[in-house]
Design a protein around this ligand. Structure first.
Ligand code: GDP
Ligand code: MG
Length: 369
């Protein structure tokens, strides 16, 4: 169900969706915000904004040999969750509460560091992985790069406020990506909280909650007191169960880069999310135009790890550069192979940056639809 909508295209080009729609109208094309655009339309619209579009074929996008897994090798994996919603409705507070509650439960020592992703154990003993990327821009950017990392979206709405433009946008993004939604009605501790008003507003945009006979799970929570947060996580797990998320831990790891930076003492530090397979210290990896040997891995508490299986966020040391968020990272058999591919990609990037036109890149999905 993945596709590029007028909305996606507008954020890729950093213009408002209204401008895109207006330009379409001028050309006699009637498009709505979330309508899927075909390759022809994308090319024409982008051109109007001075962009030239390159469609990457599946082969170019994944130099990786995507070995098909046998059903019997697949094992259940943890869900990967993104929290989205309007500014000030409590995304950061919710992420912080969930993270600190899990730190308090065990794991002595270790200063919690912000690494863009973390995983927690729920009360029922199941693991949930959270992507902690600023807003949904990262979500959109990653998706535009062909990286689908989120399994489930928690949409936060402050119960003392209303469904806001960014709430709708977040819902649209999740729906466009075919990602199930769980609604968190936050700030329930506040005297002015009126969750029914929010449920009502949600129903107006066709998001009918279960209590009212709809299909969307919702949970009243307080990111301040922690009220309802365990229940919220259980609802996320219920959604995950339906998805039957599985991966093969017994293969070379493939994952996605969440963020990367250069640390004075440690060199390039890359936060990745392993999606399938198991990454090990000593593995040779290729990530976008960079490669390296995994020197060390740590979790979000700074704890050293020797291996990282499916749906595990991990900080990796040892890359020769900083790849971009959304770049694929994969374990390679030989260093020579990794170096060659990295060099090829660097060359390609150089050539592209020499072009004068602004440039956007879409994966094959955009062309197919
Ligand atoms: P974000 O912009 O969505 O990341 O929102 P923040 O997490 O930064 O929260 C915005 C403000 O609301 C902050 O002042 C928080 O302390 C406050 N806040 C967030 N969640 C709650 C809550 O459940 N109850 C109360 N009373 N305040 C909250
Ligand atoms: Mg925030």
């Amino acid at each position: 169900t993945e596709f590029i909508s007028a909305n996606d295209l507008s954020s890729l080009m950093d213009v408002s969706v209204n401008e895109v729609i207006k330009v379409c109208l001028n050309m006699g094309m009637f498009v709505s915000i979330n309508q899927r655009l075909d390759a022809e339309a994308i090319t024409v619209i982008a051109d109007e904004f001075g962009y030239d579009v390159e469609f990457l074929s599946a082969e170019e996008e994944d130099t990786v040999i995507e070995v098909e897994d046998n059903e019997e090798d697949l094992q259940p994996r943890a869900p990967i969750v993104t929290i989205m919603g309007h500014v000030d409705h409590g995304k950061t507070s919710l992420l912080d509460y969930i993270r600190s509650a899990s730190v308090a439960k065990g794991e002595a020592g270790g200063i919690t560091q912000h690494i863009g992703a973390y995983d927690v154990m729920t009360k029922s003993g199941k693991r949930v992985t959270f992507l902690d990327t600023p807003g949904h821009e990262a979500f959109t950017a990653m998706r535009a790069r062909g990286a689908k990392v989120t399994d489930i979206a928690i949409i936060v709405v402050a119960a003392d406020d209303s469904v806001m433009p960014q709430t709708k946008e977040a819902i649209n993004h999740a729906q466009a990506a075919g990602v199930p939604i769980v609604i968190a009605l936050n700030k329930i501790d506040k005297p002015g909280a009126n969750p029914d008003k929010v449920r009502e507003e949600l129903s107006v945009i066709n998001v009918l909650v279960e209590e009212w006979g709809g299909k969307y799970q919702s949970q009243e929570v307080s990111a301040k007191t922690g009220l309802g947060i365990d229940d919220l996580l259980e609802k996320v797990l219920l959604e995950a169960e339906i998805l039957e998320l599985k991966a093969n831990p017994d293969r070379n790891a493939i994952g996605t880069v969440i963020e990367a930076s250069l640390d004075k003492g440690r060199g390039y530090v890359t936060t990745i999310l392993v999606q399938t397979g198991t990454m090990r210290v000593g593995d040779i990896v290729l990530a976008g135009p960079h490669f390296g040997r995994v020197k060390a891995m740590t979790d979000h508490r700074g704890k050293k790890m020797k291996t990282a299986g499916p749906a595990t966020p991990v900080q990796v040391l040892g890359l020769t550069g900083a790849p971009q968020a959304g770049d694929k990272i994969q374990v390679m058999e030989t260093e020579r192979e990794a170096r060659e591919l990295a060099t090829q990609r660097q060359q390609l990037a150089r050539e592209q940056s020499m072009r004068t036109k602004k440039h956007i890149t879409l994966d094959e999905i955009g062309r197919r639809l």
